[in-house]
Design a protein around this ligand. Structure first.
Ligand code: SF4
Length: 130
């Protein structure tokens, strides 16, 4: 069995987790959430995080893009949902190649189905037209 130390990122407490799992099952894509043991979590969110971080790690990506004709030069954004951790680089590549045109409203879809993930990129800042 493989042991790995993780820090839970779900709250500022940052509990140190020890996760134990079968590396062979992970390598053959047969590892399930039930196969992963998590110790050191203070609450159920840490348990879920530790299991998911080994079996199918995901992240919310945040960034910003330029806005043409806006009162602010940039609009902040995020993925509307978690995306697979392995997709961060292709997602950032698409974000860096994107510009918006004012006005931009919080929740506007700036990129649809980013990097073929089925997840949209949405604005998290209003930028009025100037
Ligand atoms: S395990 Fe619970 S208490 Fe600990 S860092 Fe994660 S969310 Fe916070």
């Amino acid at each position: 069995m493989t042991k790995k130390e993780l820090t839970c990122i779900n709250c500022p407490l940052g509990c140190q987790l020890t996760v134990t799992y079968d590396e062979n099952k992970l390598a053959t894509n047969t590892l399930t959430l039930d196969d992963v043991d998590v110790q050191g979590n203070t609450c159920p969110r840490g348990l879920a995080y530790g299991k998911k971080e080994i079996v199918a790690p995901t992240r919310i990506v945040t960034s910003s893009i330029p806005v043409e004709g806006g009162c602010y030069a940039m609009a902040s954004l995020k993925t509307a949902h978690d995306i697979p951790k392995g997709k961060i680089f292709p997602i950032m590549k698409e974000i860096l190649a994107t510009k918006a045109t004012a006005p931009v409203k919080i929740g506007d879809v700036l990129i649809h189905d980013v990097a073929d993930t089925g997840v949209d990129i949405v604005a998290t800042r209003n930028v009025e037209k100037c």
